[in-house]
Design a protein. Structure first.
Length: 402
């Protein structure tokens, strides 16, 4: 299917504009990596405890960061999670705050910090003996009910079983119906015994936030994942270089690998510029775009080789321009449809896939651009360089003319 008729764009004539574009975005990414946001790694790579918290109203990120600093958590990033309407954030504790033996350590640190420095209800009721119903565990809640004994059952196994059931019913109701948070203790009237609800109204309070999930990654595991991710990327580049060396010429492989390295640098730089964390799914996306960009480059290279067999007397620069123009319809169709797919994934895919889809959105655009503006011009530049030095010209068809 041809979208365009006879296209006669002088792509190589615009090489200095392409070079300027690539330099601007590459240098901006490198500067951000070195001096600004650096490389924003997810907890998968740096190790630590990621605590996801839901609030009963839109959280104040600035106040949350201040609360973390007051509690001594100076290196704890605070980022929003999911749509703004969810009122959720993730606070990541650094490695020094991580306990691999128990997830409760990170959870307790965050709850204590927010209770003391963020939650108004938490500050007012701290030290009063009242229970925080938003963050109480099932075991602690059961023990508290047994001690209070609102139904006057006495201290026996039957009472413990009864209050265990009541505690589980209340927590299950909160989690299933209200995502862990209720508007008032009175909302529990239909899920627990009236005596229990009355006791909670007197001796319990709502802090306005609740911990939804806690994940922990040890520093050794994070270091190992970093090494494996880097190795996977380098091995893929090396494998593609060798493949193109045998299929075409070494310069083909070098040009394609340089173009893919250019794509990867700009994509990683975009994550640093926008301060988006790089996770395992992002590494998967980067490996995907490496393959996609390489495939797009090979299509252009293959057309150059086919045209060279037919037009050996044509200047290489003109032949490369013609080859790019001939594959332009295919490039727009495949890259355009793929871009629309990953853009939809970025918009509608949710927070879990946000990093993955963001990498693909940037990667598809830059990968398509580099096949035209980076890889192909390198072939011409290399031939011109050899000609200036008086050496034999390596033709892109894999043949040599002397």
């Amino acid at each position: 299917m041809e979208l365009f008729g006879e296209v006669k764009v002088d792509w190589l004539g615009k090489k200095w504009y392409f070079l300027g574009f690539s330099l601007i975005f590459s240098v901006a990414g490198v500067l951000s990596l070195l001096f600004w946001h650096h490389l924003p790694l997810d907890v998968d790579f740096r190790g630590g405890t990621a605590v996801r918290i839901k609030f009963d109203q839109q959280p104040n990120i600035g106040r949350l960061r201040e609360a973390a600093q007051k509690a001594g958590l100076k290196d704890a990033p605070v980022v929003t999670y999911g749509p703004a309407a969810n009122d959720e954030v993730i606070i990541t504790l650094p490695e020094t705050k991580t306990s691999e033996s128990a997830l409760d350590a990170g959870r307790a640190a965050i709850v204590s910090t927010l209770t003391a420095s963020y939650s108004e209800a938490g500050r007012q009721n701290q030290g009063t003996g009242k229970i925080d119903l938003d963050n109480v565990s099932r075991g602690s809640f059961t023990d508290w009910l047994v001690q209070k004994d609102p139904e006057h059952l006495g201290q026996n196994d039957a009472a413990t079983l009864r209050y265990t059931q009541q505690a589980n019913a209340i927590i299950n109701y909160k989690d299933a119906q209200h995502s862990g948070l209720i508007g008032s203790i009175g909302d529990l009237s239909g899920s627990a015994d009236p005596a229990v609800v009355n006791e909670l109204k007197q001796d319990a309070y709502l802090s306005g936030f609740t911990v939804r999930n806690v994940e922990i990654v040890g520093p050794q595991v994070g270091l190992q994942l970093r090494h494996q991710a880097l190795a996977a990327t380098l091995y893929s580049l090396a494998g593609m270089l060798i493949y193109l060396w045998f299929r075409f010429e070494l310069i083909y492989g070098v040009a394609a690998v340089v173009a893919v390295f250019h794509d990867t640098l700009i994509t990683v730089g975009a994550f640093s510029l926008f301060n988006k964390e790089i996770s395992l799914t992002v590494i998967a996306a980067i490996l995907t775009l490496i393959g996609y960009s390489m495939n797009d480059t090979i299509v252009v290279f293959d057309r150059i080789r086919e045209n060279l067999k037919i037009s050996r007397r044509e200047k290489l620069a003109d032949l490369v321009n013609r080859s790019i123009n001939q594959t332009l319809s295919r490039t727009v169709l495949t890259s355009g449809l793929t871009f629309l797919t990953v853009l939809s994934l970025y918009i509608f895919g949710g927070e879990v896939l946000r990093g993955f889809s963001f990498a693909l959105v940037i990667g598809i655009l830059i990968g398509t651009y580099s096949s035209i503006a980076v890889a192909a011009p390198m072939l011409v530049a290399y031939q011109d360089w050899r000609a200036q030095r008086g050496k034999s010209i390596v033709l892109p068809a894999g043949r040599r003319s002397r």
